[in-house]
Write a protein that binds this ligand. Structure first.
Ligand SMILES: C[S@@+](CC[C@H](N)C(=O)[O-])C[C@H]1O[C@@H](n2cnc3c(N)ncnc32)[C@H](O)[C@@H]1O
Length: 255
């Protein structure tokens, strides 16, 4: 999002919810041997360590991120393994030689980028021919509330995609960006995460904060804001609050 609100506690929490899609994102790497595999935008490094346990030990796994605090947390985890390393870098300027990376995974990073095309071309530069890219991205346009007033949902999605998140439509535009940057799409999958209480939704998505920001940024009138807060908590009290968000998983190869 525009301001980086995530810390390692947030990434741990949301990572637990994303377990099945994370597993799916590792799948195509399982046959790799003697390969260099990068997790770009690795955050606090959970996926780097999981990959190092799951994949053959002849592979070298590199976590890359521009956030020094998250990288330090990643490095300090005592499950450090010898075939893992972490580097600090901007995604659009990677410190790897041309055609030197065999596979690259990136989760929930493209939504934060101001220059996604430049980053995709940089990934293309460092990947070897037929090298794999696997992207997992939240679909902010696919956030749904099972609520009678659909205008509320539309305004929340508009705020998230056009104001709060730098590249809020990343989940929708990534396929074309990959094609434009000379990748062949191999597979696409959609995962849905649902929340059945306001507490669960707040924990994972900070819904109440988002509603307040919709009001603060003029996407809701004060009446809409108060009505929305009231109706969500009324539904919640009746065990009837439901919301869901989609994520897209894309596998592609460099042509
Ligand atoms: C929502 S977090 C996801 C972290 C991790 N992939 C996960 O799923 O747990 C987004 C990550 O992308 C990183 N990031 C955002 N913009 C970046 C950029 N321009 N270059 C490198 N990393 C970036 C952030 O520092 C953060 O660690």
């Amino acid at each position: 999002m525009t301001e980086e609100f995530y810390d390692s506690a947030y990434l741990q929490k949301t990572g637990l919810l994303a377990q099945s899609m994370k597993e799916a994102s590792y799948e195509s790497f399982k046959c790799l041997r003697d390969s260099t595999i990068v997790d770009l935008g690795c955050g606090s490094g959970e996926d780097v360590y999981r990959l190092s346990k799951l994949l053959d030990s002849s592979n070298s796994i590199i976590g890359a991120d521009h956030n020094a605090i998250l990288l330090n947390e990643a490095k300090s985890k005592n499950n450090a393994r010898s075939n893992c390393q972490f580097i600090q870098t901007e995604a659009h300027q990677l410190p790897f030689a041309n055609n030197s990376v065999n596979a690259l995974r990136t989760e929930r990073m493209f939504q934060h980028l101001k220059a996604p095309y430049k980053t995709m071309m940089e990934i293309n530069r460092v990947l070897c021919d037929r090298g794999e890219i696997c992207i997992l991205e939240s679909d902010w346009k696919g956030l749904s509330f099972y609520h009678e007033n659909s205008e509320v949902e539309e305004k929340i999605c508009l705020y998230l995609t056009q104001k709060k998140v730098n590249n809020g439509y990343a989940s929708r535009t990534l396929i074309q960006t990959l094609i434009d940057c000379h990748f062949k799409i191999e597979k696409t999958q959609i995962f849905t995460t649902s929340f059945h209480s306001l507490e669960e939704a707040n924990e994972a998505l900070q819904i109440n904060t988002i509603l307040k920001e919709c009001y603060d940024n003029g996407f809701f009138s004060s009446k809409e804001y108060l009505d929305c807060l009231y109706s969500f908590s009324e539904l919640n009290a009746k065990n009837a609050f439901v919301c869901s968000i989609n994520s897209v998983l894309i596998n592609a190869t460099k042509q």
